[in-house]
Design a protein around this ligand. Structure first.
Ligand SMILES: [Zn+2]
Length: 474
C-alpha cells in the first residue's frame, strides 16, 4: 500500500510539473526543444514504475553467424590461456535453402512481438484476448520485458566482406581486432539478469526414437559428480547411471555407448578435457574452462590463467581425475540448491525447472496448433536431449531450451515454415503460463499443458535477493 501511495504521489508530481511546462511553453515557444528533452527524461520514471510483477525474458534464437574457416578468425570458445579459439563457430542446421538460423530467428521475432504486448506501453488487451482462446482463467496482469539475444542472421554473402562476421553471434567472449575482450552472447544475456531464457533450435535430422519437439537439458552437479567418482575408480558399477532418468545420454556418434558419452561429458564438465578410449583426459582435445569464457559473477579472479596453465594439483585446474578438486565460486554455484531446482527433479520428475519450462512451452505450442486444427500423431513432446550443454550451464535464469523439429521430416518442415505464427503464439502463451500460471481450457487435448507457474520463491536468496539478479557482480 505504501508503495502504491508513493507511486501515486510521484506520478501526480510529474503531472503538475508537466502542467507548468505546458503553460510556460505557450508564452515561450522557443523553449520547445530543450523542454521536450526534459520531458523525455521524466517519462521513463512514469512508465517504469512497476505496476505489475515484472519479468525479464530473453528469447534466444540459436546460431546466426557463419561456420567459416579458419578457426583462428571465425571460431568461438576463445581460450585466454592459449590465446586462441578452441572451436569452430556453429552455424546450425541447413537443408537446401532452409536454414535453422533464419527459421528460429523468425519464430523468435514473432514471439517477441507478442510479448511486447505485455511490456510497458503495450496493447495488453490484445494479449489477454489471445489468452481467452487457451484458458477460462481470469489471468492476472504481469509485465514482461522481452529481449532478443541476437539480431538477424548474417547471410553468406554479407559475411564475405566482413573481417569478423561472427562477432555479434558468438556464445563466448572474444577479442576484438585490438585484442580487447568483448562480450559474447551468454555474457550479454547474463547482463540482463533474466528470469527466463527461451533458446530455440532445430536439427537437420534426428534419432528415430526422437519424435516431436524435445527439451535440451543438463542434469545437476550431483549426477555428474557420480561420474567423476566412477572415473576415479571410487564407484563401481553403472547402476547409478542405468537407474537414473538421465540414462539416455546424448550420443555424438554410435561407436561409443550412452555411458561412455556420459563419462566423456563428465570429464569435459569438470576438467575441460574429453576422454580417450582408455578413459583418461585427452590432452589433445582441451575444450577450456568454459565458466571463465563468460563475464559473470562466477568467473575466477583476473590472472587465473597462471594457475590454469600449470594445471596445479588439488585445484580446479588439475588435469587428472584423482587430483581434481571442484572448488571456487563456479563450483559452489553448481552445488547450490538453486541449481538443483533448475536442473533436477521438479514437475517432470527430472531436469528441474529447465525441463518443466521446456516441456510446458512445447505443450503450449502443440495446444496452439491443435486450436487451429493442426493435429498429427508426430506432434507430441519428445524425449529430452541430455548432456552438459553450454546455455543451461552458464545462465542463472530458468532455461527452456527446445529443439523445434527436424529439417529432413516433411511434417516438421511444414510446421516450421508454414505455422510460425502458431508456434510463436504457443511460445508466448507458454511463457505467460510459466510466469503466472494458466489453466488450459481443453482437457481433452492429449498433450495439455500443466498450466502451473514456476515457483520463483525457490530462487530467493537468504539476503532477500533473487538468484537471477546474482548472475552479475553489480
Ligand atoms: Zn541449433
Amino acid at each position: 500500500m505504501k508503495a502504491a501511495r508513493l507511486q501515486f504521489k510521484v506520478i501526480t508530481y510529474h503531472a503538475i510539473e508537466f502542467y507548468f511546462f505546458a503553460i510556460h511553453l505557450l508564452f515561450n515557444p522557443g523553449l520547445l526543444p530543450p523542454l521536450t528533452i526534459v520531458f523525455m527524461l521524466f517519462m521513463p520514471s512514469m512508465t517504469n514504475t512497476p505496476e505489475f510483477p515484472e519479468y525479464r525474458v530473453v528469447i534466444d534464437p540459436g546460431h546466426g553467424g557463419v561456420g567459416k574457416h579458419p578457426m583462428s578468425v571465425h571460431g568461438d570458445r576463445y581460450d585466454t590461456v592459449s590465446g586462441r579459439y578452441l572451436d569452430y563457430y556453429k552455424e546450425g542446421a541447413a537443408r537446401g535453402r532452409l536454414h535453422e538460423r533464419v527459421i528460429v530467428y523468425n519464430i523468435a521475432k514473432k514471439t517477441e512481438k507478442l510479448l511486447k504486448l505485455l511490456a510497458p506501453g503495450g496493447n495488453r488487451k490484445r494479449f489477454f484476448n489471445i489468452l481467452e482462446k487457451y484458458s477460462e482463467d481470469n489471468p492476472p496482469q504481469i509485465t514482461v520485458l522481452p529481449y532478443m539475444s541476437r539480431g538477424r542472421s548474417i547471410t553468406d554473402s554479407e559475411a564475405e566482406g566482413k573481417k569478423d562476421p561472427n562477432a555479434p553471434f558468438r556464445m563466448f567472449d572474444y577479442p576484438d581486432c585490438e585484442g580487447n575482450m568483448q562480450q559474447g552472447r551468454m555474457s550479454r544475456i547474463n547482463e540482463l539478469r533474466p528470469h527466463l531464457v527461451v533458446s530455440l533450435h532445430l536439427a537437420r535430422a534426428g534419432p528415430s526414437d526422437f519424435e516431436g519437439m524435445s527439451p535440451v537439458i543438463t542434469p545437476s552437479y550431483g549426477f555428474l559428480r557420480q561420474g567423476l567418482e566412477y572415473l576415479r575408480g571410487k564407484r563401481r558399477g553403472k547402476r547409478f547411471f542405468l537407474r537414473s532418468p538421465y540414462r539416455e545420454w546424448f550420443i555424438e556418434e554410435t561407436s561409443r555407448s550412452d555411458f561412455e558419452w556420459y563419462l566423456n561429458d563428465v570429464s569435459l564438465y569438470f576438467t575441460g578435457y574429453p576422454l580417450t578410449r582408455r578413459r583418461e583426459p585427452d590432452s589433445g582435445g582441451f575444450k577450456g574452462y568454459r565458466y571463465n569464457m563468460v563475464r559473470w559473477a562466477y568467473s575466477d579472479k583476473t590472472g587465473w590463467e597462471r594457475a590454469a596453465r600449470h594445471h596445479i594439483a588439488s585445484s580446479r585446474y588439475a588435469d587428472s581425475f584423482e587430483k581434481y578438486v571442484p572448488e571456487g565460486k563456479f563450483w559452489d554455484r553448481e552445488r547450490s540448491s538453486y541449481e538443483r531446482s533448475r536442473r533436477d527433479g521438479g514437475r517432470e520428475g527430472f531436469g528441474g525447472d529447465n525441463a518443466y519450462a521446456s516441456y510446458e512451452i512445447i505443450r503450449y505450442i502443440y495446444y496452439s496448433l491443435y486450436l487451429r486444427g493442426d493435429e498429427h500423431r508426430s506432434q507430441k513432446p519428445g524425449k529430452s536431449y541430455i548432456s552438459v550443454w553450454i546455455m543451461p550451464l552458464h545462465v542463472n535464469a530458468i532455461n527452456a531450451f527446445i529443439e523445434l523439429g527436424y529439417l529432413n521430416r516433411s511434417r516438421d518442415r511444414f510446421l516450421l515454415t508454414k505455422r510460425q505464427d502458431a508456434i510463436a503464439e504457443g511460445i508466448a502463451v507458454g511463457i505467460y503460463s510459466l510466469l503466472s500460471g494458466l489453466t488450459p481450457k481443453d482437457r481433452q487435448f492429449n498433450h495439455a499443458p500443466m498450466g502451473k507457474g514456476i515457483d520463483f520463491t525457490k530462487y530467493r536468496t537468504p539476503e532477500g535477493r533473487s538468484y537471477f539478479d546474482e548472475v552479475t557482480c553489480q
